[in-house]
Design a protein around this ligand. Structure first.
Ligand code: PEP
Ligand code: MG
Length: 625
């Protein structure tokens, strides 16, 4: 995804001061600096701890036919053992802070599922029997094939690619565990980790990360790994500063070294100089203050200085985000993208499967509203199962951004829309649900979708299902210039607006969201985009109809004062952005925001608009210090 807005702010930095002073820093070995990927913010200083892991070895790949049964039994024994290990590991999660548990437990469940009736095990058994592979070779070959299939899945969005990589890594991880158990190779042990130590190793698996005791561990530095992997997610959940993918670090570190991990700059320093240590300690104190400030915000209301209450909700892309949403201070979900349910599978999910997924989210939100968008197929979001079932045209044959996308596709494939609406209506008896339509451009589309919802409700009632008497509000995305300019007419048909500035920017400026060549032209601060946002907002406000922004700019603290100045009072964003957005809201007055909006709307140059926003942000920043 190419967006000129800065990405969501990194998770709040964490500080790990050394538990014992690195008294001999730099005295024995010279300072060495390594660059890597900053995956978990914060700074750690501590003695290096190297946990090496023996590599499993097996030589036998092919087996005689007489050995098939024995290899099958070995595989079953390894599966049983792996299940026991993971169940034990899951039980030990109780030691971790609650939010970390919530982060890690679903991954353990995913591993355990793969050790049940899964494609991995079916395939491995078949390979033993049909291609005469040893159990180890069969598991590895099958895992590689599955990982390859997952990685080849279409997905131009960075989020989709990241999810594919994570999913592929889960399969490989379980295969490695099985091989380790088949070959009886010992696992890595963290027993010797000194208090306040920094773990330095070649790579760290998610299951290893789950074993780490964050109370003892100061930081992590590895040679392999990246931002989106589960290991990174877990290290962030554990609040352990970490830099992954720092080539050379594991081999350069030696016992007795002092390690400085800068999880913000993405730097690892072995044996830092005295001057660098002084600087690092100063940063440690600064981050501690920032963290405390943001943590305090979680329970405070999102209210401006002059008492305007603002609704801050979370965007939901994947179930793994639920615990993060709960911690963020967001009140409900303003945009649940349902594409995740349709991806990475061979067929379209049925009504029960969908109803169960939506119910889980609705219940997890404990009475806070959940806005669920029906499937937004098309544009850059291709979904193989839909193409395979002949429900949509081949995306390569059309201009996907201008073709049968979002509600257009759903109205042409009523079985997909009605199945999803049925599942949503069933979920709506468990808590407040709102239904959102993507890519609407005409009033006819809203009417047709409402009729479909009413039809489905009647059908469900005939079937004896519980459906609320008052059907959920039906809203629309404002994400095309047509919808924005036609907002006054659409406002008469829809129950709420969610302004999707990601596509709105793209369609207004004729810039493909995923095309790096025109990325510099993708600018939500372009006056044309801002005028459309303002126009649609005012159309909704005139009718006192709820309106929110759920595109990326809705989570950008720099743009929040401008959007407040337009009259907007509801934003939905990545969970991690909520605290900083709230901080800005609590530091501004609506009058000042309205003046800012007037000045901004007099400008013709996006650059100049950026300057005005930066000046305003600098004043807000001063006020929050
Ligand atoms: C948008 O277009 O701004 C939006 C929120 O929808 P998506 O990013 O899923 O297309
Ligand atoms: Mg969109």
């Amino acid at each position: 995804m190419n967006r000129t807005d800065p990405p969501a702010d990194p998770p709040s930095p964490v500080v790990r001061p050394p538990r014992r002073a690195p008294a001999i820093a730099g005295a024995v070995r010279p300072e060495r600096i390594f660059r890597g990927i900053p995956v978990s913010a914060g700074i750690a200083i501590g003695p290096a701890f190297q946990a090496s892991e023996p590599v499993p070895e097996f030589t036998q790949r092919k087996i005689p036919a007489s050995d098939i049964e024995a290899q099958g039994s070995r595989l079953e024994a390894a599966v049983l053992q792996s299940r026991k290990q993971l169940t034990k590991l899951k039980a030990r999660l109780g030691m971790l802070p609650e939010d970390s548990q919530a982060e890690i437990a679903p991954l353990m469940d995913a591993y355990l599922r793969m050790l049940g009736p899964s494609r991995l095990l079916r395939g491995a058994r078949r390979r033993i029997g049909e291609t005469l592979l040893s159990a180890e070779a069969a598991v590895l070959a099958e895992a590689e094939e599955i990982a390859g299939t997952i990685l080849a899945l279409p997905g131009t969005r960075a989020e989709d690619r990241a999810s594919h990589r994570r999913h592929a890594e889960e399969v490989r991880e379980i295969a490695r565990r099985l091989v380790r158990n088949l070959t009886k190779t010992p696992f890595r042990s963290f027993a010797g980790l000194p208090e306040g130590g920094v773990l330095v190793c070649e790579s760290l698996r998610p299951a290893d990360a789950a074993l780490l005791n964050p109370a003892r561990l100061a930081g992590v530095a590895t040679e392999e790994g990246g931002m989106e992997g589960h290991t990174s997610v877990m290290l962030r959940a554990l609040g352990v500063p970490a830099v992954l993918g720092a080539p050379g670090i594991a081999h350069a570190a030696a016992p007795g070294d002092v390690v400085l991990v800068d999880g913000i700059a993405g730097q690892v320093v072995l044996n830092p100089s005295a001057a660098r240590l002084v600087e690092a300690r100063r940063a440690v104190t600064g981050f501690a203050r920032e963290r405390q400030r943001l943590a305090k915000l979680q329970r405070l209301p999102a209210e401006t200085l002059d008492g305007e209450v603002v609704e801050l909700q979370a965007n939901f892309e994947l179930p793994i985000e639920l615990p993060l949403i709960a911690q963020s201070g967001a009140v409900g979900i303003g945009l649940l993208r349902t594409e995740f349910l349709f991806m990475n599978r061979d067929s379209v999910p049925d009504e029960d499967t969908q109803a169960e997924s939506y119910r889980q989210v609705v219940e997890a939100m404990g009475g806070d509203p959940v806005t669920i968008r029906v499937l937004d197929w098309g544009g850059e979001k291709e979904i193989e199962a839909l193409t395979a079932e002949g429900l949509v045209p081949d995306i390569a044959d059309v201009n996907p951004a201008l073709g049968v996308r979002g509600i257009r596709m759903l109205l042409r494939a009523p079985e997909v829309l009605e199945t999803q609406l049925a599942a949503l209506l069933r979920a709506s008896v468990h808590g407040p649900v709102r239904v959102l339509l993507p890519m609407v451009t005409t009033v006819g589309e809203v009417r047709a979708a409402r009729e479909a919802m009413e039809r489905v409700a009647r059908r469900l009632r005939r079937r004896g299902e519980r459906v609320p008497d008052k059907l959920p509000p039906l809203g629309i995305m404002i994400e095309t210039p047509g919808a924005a300019l036609g907002a006054d007419a659409l406002a008469l048909e829809a129950d709420f607006f969610a302004i999707g500035t990601n596509d709105l920017t793209s369609y207004t400026l004729a810039v493909d969201r995923g095309d790096a060549d025109v990325a510099a032209l993708y600018d939500p601060l372009h006056p044309a985009v801002l005028r459309l946002v303002q126009f649609a907002t005012e159309a909704a406000l005139r009718l006192r109809m709820p309106v929110s922004v759920c595109g990326e700019i809705g989570g950008n603290p720099r743009l929040i004062p401008l959007l407040l100045g337009f009259g907007l009072r509801s934003f939905s964003m990545t969970a991690s952005s909520v605290p900083r957005v709230k901080q800005v809201i609590r530091a501004v007055e609506i009058d000042a925001c309205a003046r800012l909006a007037r000045r901004v709307m007099e400008q013709s140059d996006p650059g100049q608009i950026g300057v005005l926003l930066d000046e305003f942000a600098a004043r807000v920043d001063q006020a929050t210090r």
